[in-house]
Design a protein around this ligand. Structure first.
Ligand SMILES: Cc1cc2nc3c(=O)[nH]c(=O)nc-3n(C[C@H](O)[C@H](O)[C@H](O)COP(=O)(O)OP(=O)(O)OC[C@H]3O[C@@H](n4cnc5c(N)ncnc54)[C@H](O)[C@@H]3O)c2cc1C
Length: 133
């Protein structure tokens, strides 16, 4: 989608038109409604050098990152889910689903680290993933 400066033309009751400004030219379009899409830019600049992203900044995971796990990134032990993941369905319900599935993914990854297991004060075995056995 192109970014084009625009000026709305407000009538007495509703929007009547929009003027688009591109490279020194102006184009007026009659319009009764304007849909403003905001919030679609991933805030992933801080990942630079840690995990690969596509040209728009969405984090590569799974096959796009040459990883077997759907949510694994190019950063060892790094996973990405939801909207900032390249190719994800940008919808609330799928974001919740990915978040839920990622718990199992993270748990598997932590377990594979083979960290020492400790016992709680009550003597129960505490697994590295934080689960009690
Ligand atoms: C305008 C708009 C309308 C939408 N309408 C619908 C709709 O009608 N139906 C639907 O199903 N979906 C809709 N969506 C999509 C839906 O909102 C997203 O799919 C969902 O919110 C994605 O969840 P998320 O956790 O990936 O990201 P977000 O909900 O964006 O959550 C990310 C959070 O991380 C925080 N954050 C960002 N950077 C950092 C950082 N460096 N450190 C710490 N925190 C950080 C942000 O502040 C934010 O709170 C809409 C989205 C937009 C933008």
């Amino acid at each position: 989608m192109r970014r084009v400066p625009l000026a709305p033309e407000l009538g007495d009751t509703w929007l009547e038109g929009i003027t688009l400004r591109t490279q020194g030219t102006q184009q007026r379009i009659s319009a009764r409604a304007l849909f403003i899409m905001i919030g679609a830019a991933p805030n992933t600049g801080w990942l630079s050098g840690l995990a690969a992203t596509d040209a728009k900044g969405f984090v590569l995971t799974g096959a796009r990152a040459a990883q077997a796990d759907d949510y694994a990134t190019t950063a060892p032990g790094g996973f990405a889910v939801r909207d900032l993941r390249a190719g994800s369905v940008k919808r609330a319900a799928s974001a919740v689903g990915e978040g839920s599935r990622s718990v199992a993914t993270a748990s598997r990854a932590i377990s594979s680290l083979r960290l020492p297991r400790t016992r709680t004060a009550a003597g129960r075995l505490l697994r590295p993933s934080g689960c009690l056995r």
